[in-house]
Design a protein around this ligand. Structure first.
Ligand SMILES: [Zn+2]
Length: 238
């Protein structure tokens, strides 16, 4: 009986001690719910929708290249005209991007402006039909071989995803070494974008260096790709 009472008292003391630790020592509570809180703080720190759920992540990491094409019927959801300046002569289709891209793009352009860099939209979404017309016209004027070298076949242009946009500057001369192209290369990852076709990666991307073509992949993927100097293909294969 005496031993039984001793056990009960020990048990009560242990429980009280545990409750005390949880209530009065925040660090201890943190240890218990650490993984949960980390998840919350990642989305809590973002100022716009980014990497919030698996569907978003999957759709923003959509891969389109020579080997991975899109159906003729593929149209990005929530196509929208972002609130940025476009260069002259942009069609009413090309001034659209997928909904998920608009806010980050607007943020990128306005942050650039604060640094004295004027970035203009040049070509965002292009439908399957538009790409088909471009490709066919090129085949007619230059032959299939040259067309294949310079124009993506319909269904194989990343522009059909609405997740990318070609950027230009006021002189429409957007090449490495211009302050606009250099700013974009250095900063676009902060807004969830990557230079999709970097210099010296044609063997992987299938496309020559294009300093103007940025692709939205979300902030986490963009930072990883930027830090490790890799391509979307390499990121998805890791
Ligand atoms: Zn492009």
């Amino acid at each position: 009986m005496k031993n039984g009472l001793k056990s009960v008292l020990t048990f009560i003391i242990i429980i009280c001690g545990f409750l005390y630790l949880i209530k009065y020592i925040p660090d201890f509570k943190g240890i218990i719910s650490d993984s949960n809180e980390k998840t919350q703080s990642v989305s809590g720190n973002n100022t716009y929708k980014d990497d919030q759920n698996d569907t978003d992540i999957k759709s923003q990491l959509l891969l389109v290249n020579e080997e991975h094409g899109l159906e003729q019927s593929y149209i990005p959801k929530d196509l929208i005209i972002p609130n940025i300046k476009f260069t002259s002569g942009v069609s009413n289709e090309e001034n659209h991007v997928a909904g998920i891209v608009a806010k980050p793009l607007e943020q990128l352009v306005s942050e650039a402006k604060k640094d004295g860099i004027i970035l203009l939209g040049n070509s965002g979404y292009r439908s399957y039909k538009t790409q088909e017309n471009t490709y066919n016209n090129r085949v007619l004027s230059e032959g299939e071989k040259l067309a294949d070298a310079y124009v993506a076949k319909p269904g194989y242009s990343e522009h059909q995803t609405g997740l990318c946009i070609d950027i230009t500057n006021q002189g429409k001369y957007f090449v490495k070494g211009t302050k606009e192209a250099d700013w974009l290369a250095k900063n676009c990852y902060r807004f969830g974008f990557i230079i999709r076709y970097p210099y010296g990666k044609k063997n992987i991307t299938g496309i020559e260096y294009e300093p103007w073509h940025i692709r939205y992949v979300g902030k986490n993927a963009a930072k990883y790709i930027y830090d490790n100097k890799i391509t979307l293909e390499e990121y998805l294969a890791k």
